[in-house]
Design a protein. Sequence first.
Length: 129
Amino acid sequence: MPELTRRRVLGSAAALATAAGAQALTAPSASASAARPTADEHHHGGPEAFDEVFRGRRIEGRPVTGGGHHHGGGYAVFIDGVELHVMSNADGSWISVVSHYDPVPTPRAAARAAVVELQGAPLVPFAAN
């Protein structure tokens, strides 16, 4: 059996803290809330534009027309002026290139989840093609 060292104990504690933090962030179910309209949706059924500061980062989202942005359902999201690639799923939930495996109910929620995940790091532009 390997010797118990301070490094192993601290490594195990860090892994447990990370796992607990990830569970706390992903606790709400996106699929249950994606089926009903939210405050971020227009009466036409599409996401509403937003512009706010979240955790010190400026997040924006707005419907777009034309261009080559075909996965976002005609919607663009920006963090500090850099586009966050978002995609709408068939069930009405949204994912981003930053939090691809954690669907959320709106593009605003996708932007907020990306800010949390980035932990202060700048968003690097993503080439979709």
